[in-house]
Write a new protein. Structure first.
Length: 473
């Protein structure tokens, strides 16, 4: 059987690192691609040499991880770093299959005469394709004290788990989420002072295709959005990434299960109900939900009572897509007047908060005679009324929660109404959904511009032992 030769591997490395000979060629790869606000704090980690740690960039497929790696390389070159001191490898290329990180690094050293104490920056993209990458990376961090190692991958939770298991004190995690609504507006250069009708149009454009930078920037992708997301993202994650990482024997069952959750985004469900409708065993459903949440495809909200306290025995919960446009990719776009518009508006709100500090405190409240769609601990609640009539009971529900938790304010998220109603409850505000989404996204962008990054931690899950294929197979 023929094998890839060392010379062929080195030629591929030259192809993947065009700046070694022609630094301006990198600009051709980045032409027409916008910088996300996350680039500044990420690049700060890349260039920080005070602590000897590798950076682990994680996030869903097609949110711009590879682009951000190359943009970081562009900044290194602009800062005067010698081009041959920067090394980039994408491990999803079959040429590199089975090669350990140390071997790839040795090829780079041979090509440019670097020893183990060289001041170099090394980028390993799609690192999940290498089995036990975390062990290899930890050894490199220890053995090359002046090198800076950066790895990226789409299997976010698996990267996080292995980062914590083997890289304690050696790795720093960085999550790149789908676009927020504020980023989406910035990419589309929508003025700050647009009226509410235009802002609502943009909100539903965001809901239908707005989570992925490529879809926002390229008309051709938007015209074939279902294929772009369906084959390039959903199928690869549900039929390949998650099954290979977690040993799932029936990927098609997982695919169908995800479609059910996506169709019901924002609805209250139960394990029993899901099991009866899908025919999937309850324990399997629990695992599927954990895996999908770990892949940053969904986010679950637990139920609380009118005092914002968790129930001792939970039977129901709500599931939201972390990227609203995944539903449009599966079932077609949603309009402002569609029956599902309210659920999608609610999903859009959750998608803004799920990437920030408040994600872990986010729940929903339901009790006998009342409910509030989204609750943030003892801080505030949001009741979403996109195109439904607003009744006194809605204000009473928010007000009751505020009075019992001591929260100073609460929101009723509307389609276009802005007011402070005169009610017996002080602090209730009527604010359009699109403004809530934009404002929270802007607050995240402000943090990023200040050099901070939201502390969004992926959920911890148990990874079962299995005999299934490894990610590198």
């Amino acid at each position: 059987m023929l094998q890839v030769t060392e010379n062929e591997i080195k030629n591929r490395l030259r192809f993947d690192n065009p700046w070694w000979e022609q630094p301006e060629d990198l600009d051709l790869l980045l032409e027409g691609l916008r910088q996300r606000a996350y680039l500044d704090p990420f690049h700060d980690l890349v260039t920080n040499r005070e602590v000897n740690r590798a950076v682990v960039l994680m996030g869903p497929r097609r949110v711009g991880k590879t682009v951000m790696l190359r943009q970081s390389i562009r900044r290194l070159l602009d800062a005067g770093v010698t081009p041959t001191h920067i090394f980039f490898v994408s491990l999803d290329n079959p040429v590199y299959t089975g090669l350990p990180l140390a071997k790839l690094l040795s090829f780079f050293q041979e090509l440019h005469g670097h020893d183990r104490f060289a001041d170099i920056t090394v980028f390993f993209d799609e690192v999940q394709y290498l089995k036990e990458w975390e062990v290899h990376l930890k050894v490199l961090v220890d053995d090359y004290p002046r090198a800076r190692f950066v790895v990226s991958g789409s299997a976010a939770a698996a990267l996080k788990m292995k980062s914590h298991e083997s890289g304690a004190g050696r790795f720093t995690d960085f999550l790149l989420p789908p676009l927020t609504f504020a980023e989406f507006l910035d990419f589309r250069e929508v003025p700050e002072d647009v009226d509410i009708e235009r802002l609502n149009e943009e909100l539903f454009a965001y809901i239908n295709f707005g989570g992925f930078p490529e879809a926002v920037l390229k008309d051709t992708i938007r015209r074939d959005f279902q294929r772009f997301v369906g084959s390039d993202i959903i199928d690869k994650v549900l039929l390949r990434d998650i099954p290979s990482l977690y040993g799932i024997g029936d990927p098609q069952e997982l695919n169908r299960f995800f479609a059910t959750l996506a169709y019901n985004t924002g609805n209250e469900i139960s394990i029993d109900e899901l099991s009866k409708k899908s025919g999937v065993a309850k324990n399997t459903i629990r695992k599927y939900i954990e895996f999908l949440e770990s892949a940053f495809l969904i986010h679950c909200l637990h139920r609380v009572d009118k005092n914002a306290k968790r129930f001792q025995r939970e039977t129901h919960f709500k599931v939201y897509l972390t990227n609203p446009c995944l539903r449009a990719a599966l079932f077609g776009p949603v309009g402002q007047d569609d029956e599902k518009a309210g659920m999608m508006a609610e999903t859009a709100i959750v998608a803004q908060y799920v990437v920030g500090d408040l994600a872990e405190s986010m729940t929903y409240a339901r009790w006998s005679g009342g409910e509030v769609d989204i609750v943030f601990g003892q801080t505030f609640g949001i009741e979403v009324k996109w195109q439904k009539s607003i009744y006194p009971s809605d204000e009473n529900n928010i007000g009751s929660l505020m009075s019992r938790t001591g929260s100073p304010y609460g929101f009723i998220a509307t389609r276009n109404t802005v007011k402070m109603p005169e009610t017996k409850f002080n602090g209730i505000r009527y604010i359009p959904v699109s403004i809530i989404c934009r404002q929270h996204g802007k607050s995240l962008l402000d943090l990023l511009k200040q050099g901070q990054r939201p502390r969004r931690l992926l959920p911890d899950i148990d990874f079962p032992e299995h005999e299934g294929p490894s990610p590198s197979s």
